[in-house]
Design a protein around this ligand. Sequence first.
Ligand SMILES: NC(=O)c1ccc[n+]([C@@H]2O[C@H](COP(=O)([O-])OP(=O)(O)OC[C@H]3O[C@@H](n4cnc5c(N)ncnc54)[C@H](OP(=O)(O)O)[C@@H]3O)[C@@H](O)[C@H]2O)c1
Length: 330
Amino acid sequence: MQTRNLGHNGPMVSTLGLGCMGMSAFYGRHDDAESITTIHYALDRGLTLLDTADMYGPHTNEVLVGKAIKGRREQAFIATKFGIVRDPDNPQARGVNGRPEYVRAACDASLQRLGIDTIDLYYQHRVDPGVPIEETVGAMAELVAAGKVRHLGLSEASGATLERACKVHPIAALQSEFSLWTRDPQTNGMLAACRKLGVSLVAYSPLGRGFLTGAIRSPDDFEADDYRRGSPRFMGDNFTRNLQLVEQVKTLAADKGCSPAQLALAWVLAQGRDVLAIPGTRKRSRLDENLGALDVQLSAAELKTIDAAFPPDAAAGDRYATSMMHMVNV
Ligand SMILES: NC(=O)c1ccc[n+]([C@@H]2O[C@H](COP(=O)([O-])OP(=O)(O)OC[C@H]3O[C@@H](n4cnc5c(N)ncnc54)[C@H](OP(=O)(O)O)[C@@H]3O)[C@@H](O)[C@H]2O)c1
């Protein structure tokens, strides 16, 4: 398994991790037994980085990951997140909480659900604009001192926030959406800040929430409660226009002799050795396909062609609904 450092001189983790979110939330029906088999298979193949969060489910995804790593703790590098607070009465609503007492309670709850003594990488899922980042990261640093957490991360934090956070405690990773149709980290200063500060960029939704694989042809492919039905890029005219982008991925992939999913992942990984990706899948066959991206090397000329086909504003529609866009790049 190919590995990359997390942060400058940080721990080595598998270059491709496994996003576990869809095993419990947002993307339709799930089957815990199949998901656990997939996680076991990932560990068998040498993939170490497993990505979850307390808000996936909520809570059930951490329990699932905890079950899957029972007896195999040393093979896994567990990344989880706190800070997005869900309203049980309104599944669409999202709050953020970065207060120190919340950070401490959230960590204890995650440790318990995961059934582990130490979280390898603990992310603040979204920056809380009402709490200075120094206070939140200060509380996270105390968790490191207490042995409850090994490394710290932020998700969707701006470059300026990352810089302030790094003054309190080293940050190993910044997680952000990053893919052929979401190139924000390259245009909003996030990737540049990561490079300046020695922080790895962990790309989430690197397959465009499945869209870039070509497997989704119509909004009717989604189950009734699938989160993507309410996500701007998957709605109405945007969906139709974005299908044209998928056609380009397919053509580029055919030219390269790989699958669209592999091309999308290879592009992310080609952005630098300080970039990792955590594609999500519930299925072993797709995990195999995605891991095949590690063998796809894109030349400078191929990257230029892909960049030209996917300028930063290529996608139709925002990557989140308006109510959630204000929570990114904070
Ligand atoms: N920090 C954050 O705010 C944040 C936000 C979103 C996600 N994440 C993390 O990032 C991880 C990955 O992101 P994501 O799951 O949103 O999106 P993604 O990895 O871009 O795509 C996942 C979707 O693609 C499908 N898929 C995977 N491999 C495929 C293949 N080879 N061919 C066809 N379809 C394929 C999956 O379906 P099947 O399961 O049916 O294969 C799933 O519906 C999540 O699991 C989560 O851990 C973090």
